[in-house]
Each structure stands twice: as structure tokens, then as C-alpha cells.
Design a protein around this ligand. Structure first.
Ligand code: UDP
Ligand code: MG
Length: 343
């Protein structure tokens, strides 16, 4: 059943938060759809909005919660992953299944206040195709995480071809056109913060203060954040690969100069055996450089490997109020794009 407005919510171990989320989100969606002056197409009259809760392999009672909400309100739809595939996969699944003319993505922990949605929808009505809610502060994040986030954004801006919206999280509204563009992207590893800027379109921002987590705790460990940061960087720039050719050329040039100097010195002053320190330093430095460059190559190669396997982004175990994907694997994953004609 199509709807005018969809809300996509990735859910991972958020059982306690889901009932309050439903209360506040449905009130916000009521308010937002009341604003809509689009004429209502036939069949939309009763369901002006839908909420898609994507259970990313939770280990608590989140799915039971989702199923209960879905049986009480048909506008609530649930997708349950076969295991934890990560927030990016959960958002992708939501975008695949969403039918709304505009889709709002927000976190399940009520850090993204649903009350902002009417304002986002108002901007959408004025022509914005992407509306990103930008945090005015990060007080709710621990200090170490704030410092690392700042570092990541600096590095990202310096080396990436795509800008990130500073302070922009994953709380955003996407027009149907943008959703269609994102759904058509073939890549397996996704970084929506970057993609939302990569696709272009008319982009507006709106400030907000993130609330404290309603219940539970953040699922992002340092290890997860590190992987996420590397994925984010590697998917939008190949600069780290090019750097090594420049560094290699520079080091080769320096070694040639130093080698020439050594030959001259030997010719003028005769053989000179001591030199342990310089040899050790050179070996250690160069092997360090080589290992880093191999690591960088490995990051990209690993991604190529991930992509060529063409495994689905996620697997669906169960659905609620949605057509059952049955046993078809990779439900909702966009079909691979047609091969371009070779000339
Ligand atoms: N989330 C998810 N899969 C994961 C980790 C998180 O779907 O593997 C969801 C989580 O339920 C929440 C959102 O992503 O709705 C943001 O997660 P969290 O609050 O842990 O992150 P933070 O707010 O600390 O950035
Ligand atoms: Mg959170």
C-alpha cells in the first residue's frame, strides 16, 4: 500500500524504545502529512504515512515489539534481518521497501526528535529534495568519540572528492527521486552520509540538538567506528592509493641522492665499514612505509573482492505488513545495472 510519507528506522537492540518511538513518530507524521498540500492520490486516503522498522538482527525483544506494533497498526511495517548486517544495510532495506513520496530516516533511540519531521516536510514542499538535520552539538557523545569524529571529518574533507555535511548524521528526508537514485546504486558497501551528497539534488539543512538516548546504549564500539570510517573514506576517494606513488618516487629520489653521496665518499675517503645505525634506520623506515602501502592496497582490493562477490546487502528472515519475500535471497536488492554497450 503506497503512502505519502515513509519513515525508515534501523533498529538494533532497541526493544524498550520502540513503543515511545511509535507514539512520538506517529504523532509527528500525522502533523507532517496534515501539512501536505499534494492532492491525495486514490488509495492513499487512509494511509497517509508508513513506518518501516528494520530489525538489524537484534538479540533482544525488538522484533516481538515490532510485530506487536505492526499487528496493532497496519501502517507499521517490519523487516527482520537474518542477522546483524549493520546500520547502512538496515537503512538500505528501508529505502528499498519504502513507498512514500518522501522518506525520512531516523534512529530508533529517539536521539533524532521526530517532532522535527514537519519542518523537514515543509522544506521538502518548498522544493528541497534532500533535507539533512544537522546537530548543533555533540554533547551526547563521549569525549573520545567527539575528538575522533572531528579528526575523521577533517581528514575526509581534506582527501575526499565528496563533501560531507558537517554535523550531518543520518537524520534526513529524501525525495522519491533521491531514493530511486540511491536504490539503483549497485555497490554493496554503503556510506549514506557521503552518498547523500554524492547524488547532488537540492539540498537543505536544518539544525537540531540530539537528545540523550532513550534507553539502552550505543551500539558503536571503537572497532565498529574505525571500520565505518575506513569504509567511508575508501568509498569516496582513491587518493590514499595515489599518495603511495608520490611517496615512492620521493623516497627513490632521496635514496638515489644518498647512494650517490655514499659512492663519492667511498671513492674519496676509502672504505668505511661502520654505518649500522643508518642501515637500520633505512630498513626500518622503508619496511614501515611498504607495510602501510600494502595495507592501503589491501583495503581497496578487499573492497573490490566484496563487490565482485555480489552478495546481497542483507537477508530478510521475516516481515510484517509487507509482501513476504519468500525464499528469494537478497530481497529488495536493486537489480544489477544493465551492462553498458561496448562500442
Ligand atoms: N543500528 C543498527 N545496526 C547496528 C547498529 C546500530 O541498525 O549494527 C541502529 C540503532 O538501533 C539506532 C541507530 O542505528 O537506531 C544508531 O545507533 P546508535 O544509537 O547505537 O548510534 P549513535 O547514536 O551512538 O551514533
Ligand atoms: Mg543513538
Amino acid at each position: 500500500m503506497p503512502a505519502l510519507l515513509s519513515a525508515v528506522v534501523p533498529v538494533f537492540n532497541e526493544a524498550e524504545g520502540l513503543a515511545p518511538l511509535y507514539e512520538r513518530l506517529s504523532a509527528a507524521l500525522d502533523a507532517a502529512t496534515a501539512l501536505l498540500t499534494h492532492e491525495v492520490p486514490q488509495g492513499f486516503e487512509s494511509d497517509r504515512w508508513e513506518i518501516l522498522l528494520v530489525d538489524d538482527g537484534s538479540r533482544d525483544a525488538s522484533w516481538q515489539e515490532i510485530a506487536a506494533l505492526a499487528s496493532g497498526d497496519r501502517r507499521v511495517k517490519g523487516i527482520r534481518f537474518a542477522r546483524n548486517f549493520g546500520k547502512e544495510a538496515a537503512m538500505a532495506a528501508g529505502l528499498h521497501a519504502a513507498r512514500g513520496q518522501a522518506v525520512v530516516i531516523l534512529d530508533a533511540d529517539l536521539q533524532h526528535p521526530p517532532e522535527l519531521i514537519p519542518q523537514m516536510v515543509a522544506l521538502w514542499q518548498q522544493g528541497a529534495q534532500i533535507v539533512t538535520a544537522v546537530r548543533t552539538d555533540r554533547e551526547t557523545d563521549p569525549l573520545w568519540r567527539r575528538a575522533l569524529t572531528r579528526l575523521f571529518y577533517r581528514l575526509y574533507q581534506a582527501i575526499s572528492e565528496v563533501a560531507l555535511t558537517p554535523g550531518g548524521g543520518d537524520f534526513r528526508l529524501l525525495d522519491r527521486r533521491v531514493v530511486a537514485a540511491l536504490n539503483a546504486l549497485p555497490e554493496r558497501k554503503r556510506f549514506l552520509k557521503g552518498l547523500a551528497n554524492w547524488v547532488g539534488f537540492t539540498h537543505q539543512t536544518i539544525p537540531f540538538r540530539p537528545a540523550a538516548r532513550h534507553a539502552g546504549r550505543s551500539a558503536w564500539s571503537l572497532r565498529k567506528l574505525w571500520r565505518y570510517a575506513i569504509d567511508g573514506l575508501v568509498s569516496f576517494t582513491t587518493l590514499p592509493l595515489h599518495i603511495w606513488s608520490s611517496i615512492g618516487a620521493l623516497v627513490a629520489l632521496l635514496s638515489a641522492g644518498y647512494g650517490g653521496y655514499l659512492i663519492l665518499r667511498t671513492l674519496v675517503f676509502g672504505r668505511d665499514v661502520p654505518g649500522y645505525a643508518s642501515i637500520m634506520v633505512a630498513i626500518l623506515f622503508l619496511s614501515g612505509v611498504q607495510l602501510i602501502s600494502l595495507g592501503v592496497l589491501g583495503e581497496y582490493l578487499g573492497r573490490v573482492f566484496e563487490e565482485v562477490k555480489r552478495r546481497p546487502l542483507y537477508l530478510v528472515g521475516e516481515v510484517a505488513n509487507l509482501p513476504d519475500p519468500g525464499v528469494a535471497p537478497g530481497f529488495g536488492v536493486a537489480a544489477p545495472p544493465a551492462q553498458p554497450e561496448r562500442k
